[in-house]
Design a protein around this ligand. Structure first.
Ligand code: SF4
Length: 324
């Protein structure tokens, strides 16, 4: 991994458990012991099926959820146990863009009022003129016109609403933005425009993103490193290029096989996974993927594989790749 001085955020053995909806469901282990570091200026992509725990993890990083155990650090500050004013102040630095722009914007407020919210919440003593000027700057940064400021969310398209969500996240110059399925609700052509915008803003302001999506193709377009999650665990983590060239985990292989390869001479053959994602309240023993893995052995049913560095900066949890 890169030098520790460049680590912006760190998750150390983070678990997020919930009580199930009923007694039969017991405890839901949404995120179950994940550790990683996010480098300053990178886009850290997280991909996995719906229900794998990636959004829960994102919400724990913003502290919309408190981890059951484990620690989360922003620079040198442990944010997983912050409360009160310290927590409120930290939230300036860690912003989130949600999947559904319609649900995340207050329908009764104009776009200008919505963009004012971060300044109201954090009470930063800016003058009214400064805030007005910043809001005008923000709306133009995300490719909208000044007249949009007097509109209400229902007067905007889905892509425009998501641009407002991005502007709101940028308002207080955060250190990291969690993009939680930020383009999943948009049409493909609009998706591409919003992804381009996120990339442009990243370059311009040296932003750091934690980019969550169920769609590996989308994650690939924007990420510097990619973590693959399965049932609450990270099963593979590597640079974008490394993972594209050589992926090890059978689950990553299956996810990638669904993306057509453009490199000449390399044919991909689609791997269809059997069965549904098991319940996180009753995860399979041993390797959690063993109930669907085409390469599972007896050992996989009993023993959990260690998440280990197989090559420099390429981590995998699978018994197939253990050094002798
Ligand atoms: Fe498949 Fe076994 Fe590897 Fe798990 S440990 S991914 S079940 S081969």
């Amino acid at each position: 991994m890169s030098e520790s001085g460049n680590v912006l955020m760190k998750a150390d053995h983070v678990k997020v458990y919930f009580k199930g909806k009923n007694r039969r469901e017991g405890i839901v282990r949404a995120v179950d012991d994940v550790s990683f570091e996010i480098m300053r200026g990178e886009t850290f992509g997280v991909v996995g099926e719906s229900g794998c725990g990636k959004s829960t993890l994102g919400r724990a990083l913003v502290r919309l959820l408190t981890p059951t155990s484990g620690d989360i650090y922003l620079e040198d500050n442990k944010i997983s146990s912050m409360t009160g004013q310290a927590l409120k102040s930290m939230r300036k630095d860690v912003q989130i863009i949600f999947q559904d722009p319609s649900a995340s914007l207050n329908p009764r407020r104009t776009i200008k009022q919505i963009l004012m919210e971060p300044f109201e919440i954090h009470d930063l003593n800016n003058s009214k003129e400064d805030i007005d000027q910043r809001i005008e700057e923000l709306i133009q940064l995300v490719g909208l016109d000044l007249y949009h400021l007097s509109r209400y969310p229902h007067e905007l398209s889905g892509g425009q609403k998501q641009r407002v969500g991005i502007a709101r996240a940028l308002a207080l110059n955060p250190k990291i933005i969690i993009c939680d399925e930020a383009v999943s609700a948009l049409d493909v052509s609009v998706q591409a425009q919003v992804l381009n915008l996120l990339q442009e803003l990243k370059k311009k302001f040296n932003l750091t993103y934690f980019f969550i999506s169920h769609n590996l193709n989308v994650v690939y377009q924007v990420s510097d490193r990619v973590a693959v999650m399965y049932l609450g665990k990270i099963v593979e983590l590597a640079d974008y290029d490394q993972l594209y060239e050589k992926r090890y985990h059978p689950y990553t292989e299956a996810l990638l096989s669904a993306i057509p390869r453009v490199d000449a001479g390399k044919k991909s053959h689609r791997i269809h996974l059997e069965g549904e994602l098991p319940s996180p309240s009753d995860p399979p023993s041993g390797c959690r993927f063993h109930t669907r893995c085409p390469r599972a052995t007896e050992r996989c049913c009993q023993e959990e594989p260690e998440f280990r560095e197989l090559e420099p900066d390429h981590f995998v949890a699978c018994h197939l790749y253990e050094k002798a």
